[in-house]
Design a protein. Structure first.
Length: 424
């Protein structure tokens, strides 16, 4: 079959690498892709939110299946757009419709969903401009630290952890009254702070059946030792040693099953990925957030551990027979180190030539923010390359991924040298 993959980051590079290995994939197209995805298929110059452009690409390339990488087109209704159009209605889209994507698109929706289905999560309450005074009072009675979350998509920036009441009240005002995060903060969820260690759990579902993909740990802070500003993610490791069988059983029983069943009970059709951001609080799982897609840089560590034909699993999601598909997971350890541009996560350098990727021997180099300038690969994004090593033991995987980044060069590059070493 011909497959169209939407997106242009490291996640999409890892998807493309895996899809291209499938005998079921005749031709792979990536829109818009990056300088690396061209190794696995054909890049198309179409933006992920250009639905008409995507429709044209689907028709002209005889696409049989569309896999959506990032959340934005899902929240904006790309799946619904396909279903409403007679010419592309029968092309399956992997990724939920707009209503299901609200699990990520609205924190208030996801908190209410969890409450309705008794899914463990931090206590919370939602406020708007009209209920600002109530919100300020609520903060005064809440413990510290306290977490403020913009309801809508805010490019990963909409969550604030406040250490004092004064700070929390000032931030609440600024989010609700001064649109600190634009429209996204017209509603704010105030949430209890959870103490624990985080991990990302990934579920693939056809709406009735589900498969649990390899879990991963993401390293969000820019600095070594988990210090400094939050980023999209500076590295990842899979599997996660503290997510042992007993913990994962609790996750399946208390979170995954009620989530899939809850969607079904509420008549929210859902075909795609559910990314569950979890806190392990002394062995008890608490949901921090849902995302309606795979994680980045988690996917770069998850895909190499999937031994089965990934396209066959995608077909299972599309056809509603995921229960009949096989998911085999490697026992090996995958570690990913992100190489980022100088200045990231603030304003960062761009258009720097990248050299040395050909010297990497024992890792995959997944391109994230790159483009081709003639024959030269250059940087275009904050997160530039994801270097992933798959090895028999964790120490070797971490060491190899970290060592292989040193073989690559671009002006101003930065990466963390401590990804995963806390897990040893
Ligand atoms: P989110 O966008 O919901 O993933 O939040 C971003 C980050 O904020 C998470 O990855 C956590 O590190 C942190 N966070 C969010 N909610 C909480 C919470 N209730 N308690 C502690 N940390 C949180
Ligand atoms: N790595 C976290 C995310 O993809 O949202």
């Amino acid at each position: 079959m011909n497959i169209l993959l939407l997106g242009s980051g490291g996640r999409e590079s890892a998807f493309a690498w895996k899809i291209a290995q499938s005998p079921k994939c005749k031709q792979l197209f990536i829109a818009p892709g990056n300088a690396g995805t061209g190794q696995y298929g054909q890049n198309l110059d179409v933006k992920v939110t250009d639905f008409e452009g995507i429709k044209k690409a689907v028709l002209s390339n005889n696409i049989d299946l569309v896999l959506v990488g990032p959340e934005e087109p899902l929240v904006k209704g790309i799946h619904d757009f396909f279903l409403a159009d007679g010419e592309i209605r029968n092309v399956p889209v992997i990724g939920p419709r707009a209503e299901g994507a609200q699990l990520e698109g609205s924190k208030d929706f996801s908190k209410q969903f969890m409450q309705r289905h008794n899914i463990p999560t931090a206590t919370s309450k939602t406020f708007t401009k009209d209920t600002l005074e109530d919100g300020l009072h609520y903060l005064a009675t809440a413990g510290l630290p306290v977490v403020l979350k913009a309801d809508g998509l805010a490019a990963g920036k909409g969550v604030l952890i406040c250490l004092s009441l004064e700070e929390a009240q000032a931030e609440l005002r600024s989010m609700l009254m001064d649109a600190k995060f634009g429209d996204a903060s017209s509603m704010v969820v105030i949430e209890q702070f959870l103490q624990g260690i985080e991990l990302s759990v990934f579920v693939m579902t056809d709406g009735s059946h589900y498969k649990i993909l390899p879990e991963a740990k993401d390293y969000k802070r820019i600095g070594e030792g988990d210090t400094g500003l939050n980023t999209g993610g500076m590295g990842s490791v899979s599997p996660v040693p503290f997510a042992d069988a007993a913990f994962m059983q609790k996750v399946e029983e208390r979170v995954i099953i009620p989530t899939v069943e809850g969607l079904k009970a509420e008549n929210i059709p859902y075909k795609g990925f559910i990314f569950i951001g979890l806190m392990n609080c002394e062995g008890e799982p608490q949901v921090i957030e849902y995302n309606c897609r795979m994680g980045d840089p988690e996917t770069e560590s998850v895909m190499p551990r999937i031994e089965s034909d990934f396209v066959d699993l995608l077909i299972g999601v599309a056809e509603g027979n995921l229960d009949q598909k096989e998911l085999t997971i490697s026992n090996k350890i995958a570690a990913t180190v992100m190489m980022v541009s100088g200045g990231y996560p603030g304003d960062y350098l761009k258009h720097k030539a990248i050299t040395g990727t050909e010297n990497v021997r024992d890792s995959h180099v997944f391109h994230a923010g790159t483009y081709l300038d003639g024959e030269t690969v250059k940087t275009s994004g904050g997160r530039v390359l994801a270097v992933t090593s798959l090895q028999d033991d964790m120490f070797t995987a971490l060491q190899q991924a970290t060592a292989d980044t040193s073989r690559i060069y671009f002006d101003g590059m930065y990466f963390r040298k401590d990804i995963g070493f806390d897990l040893l």
